[in-house]
Design a protein around this ligand. Structure first.
Ligand SMILES: NC(=O)c1ccc[n+]([C@@H]2O[C@H](COP(=O)([O-])OP(=O)(O)OC[C@H]3O[C@@H](n4cnc5c(N)ncnc54)[C@H](OP(=O)(O)O)[C@@H]3O)[C@@H](O)[C@H]2O)c1
Length: 211
């Protein structure tokens, strides 16, 4: 039977790889993007949302609900990063990073739950937080640590559904253009991350997936 996936952050490096792989496997896809910019290849349904804005998120989910009956695989691959020491970081920058990585995940889940299948699988893109506690990354590291706790609690609340927190090491995407570090040698390709996420989905697991 045809299954439906919803991907948040579908224009990002990992999001794009996920959508391509899902399309290859003949999923119905709802792609949620920050800015559309003519990305027709992102799946049949492309919807704009700013995860920092609860109304925008709710409107996107309402539109998704007009296009599909139910979502089987739900993936939050939106995120943002900045490198600024705490003493230099503005409140607006702190809020932007927390919002894209953590509060946006809450907003997207909160709005999406009524659309999810009873046995839906929710996947969040975290990071190996132990490696993130570096000068300049207070907001990003805090957000990803918070996301781990959020996913743990959600898993206990939504017992009939699956919740997976993916913790990739470095992935070669445009995210790295936002920080003054080079992509480390041996960084994962986004396509590999997408493939491992879809394999984990097929295997039926729940919990953490370290890549
Ligand atoms: N790349 C890595 O090394 C790495 C490692 C571990 C974990 N991760 C995590 O994996 C996820 C995907 O990362 P990526 O590497 O694919 O990064 P990316 O290419 O920068 O993609 C992130 C996506 O999130 C979207 N986004 C940001 N703020 C948003 C907002 N307020 N509302 C809606 N969408 C928003 C961006 O859209 P716009 O660009 O249009 O704003 C972008 O499409 C992130 O959570 C990241 O933290 C990445």
């Amino acid at each position: 039977m045809m299954k439906t996936a919803m991907v948040w952050g579908a224009r990002g490096g990992i999001g794009t790889a996920l959508v391509k792989q899902l399309a290859d496997e003949a999923w119905t896809i709802v792609s949620i993007v920050h800015h559309r910019k003519g990305m027709s290849e992102l799946g049949a349904e492309v919807i704009e949302a700013d995860v920092a804005d609860p109304e925008s998120v709710q409107q996107a989910v309402d539109r998704a609900g007009e296009a599909v009956d139910v979502v089987d695989l739900w993936i939050y691959a939106a995120g943002d990063i900045a490198s600024e020491k705490v003493g230099d970081m503005t409140s607006a920058d702190w809020e932007r990073i927390l919002s894209a990585n953590l509060s946006g995940a809450y907003r997207a889940v909160h709005a999406s739950l009524p659309l999810l299948a009873e046995d839906a699988h929710m996947v969040f893109l975290g990071a190996v937080t132990e490696r993130l506690r570096l000068p300049g990354l207070a907001a990003y590291a805090s957000a990803k640590a918070g996301l781990e706790a959020f996913a743990d609690v959600l898993r206990k609340e939504e017992r009939r559904r699956r919740v997976t927190l993916v913790r990739p090491k470095a992935v070669d995407t445009a995210l790295w253009e936002k920080v003054p570090f080079s992509v480390p040698p041996g960084a994962l390709k986004a396509e590999v991350v997408a493939q491992r996420i879809l394999e984990a989905h097929q295997e039926g697991g729940s919990g953490s997936l370290d890549l």
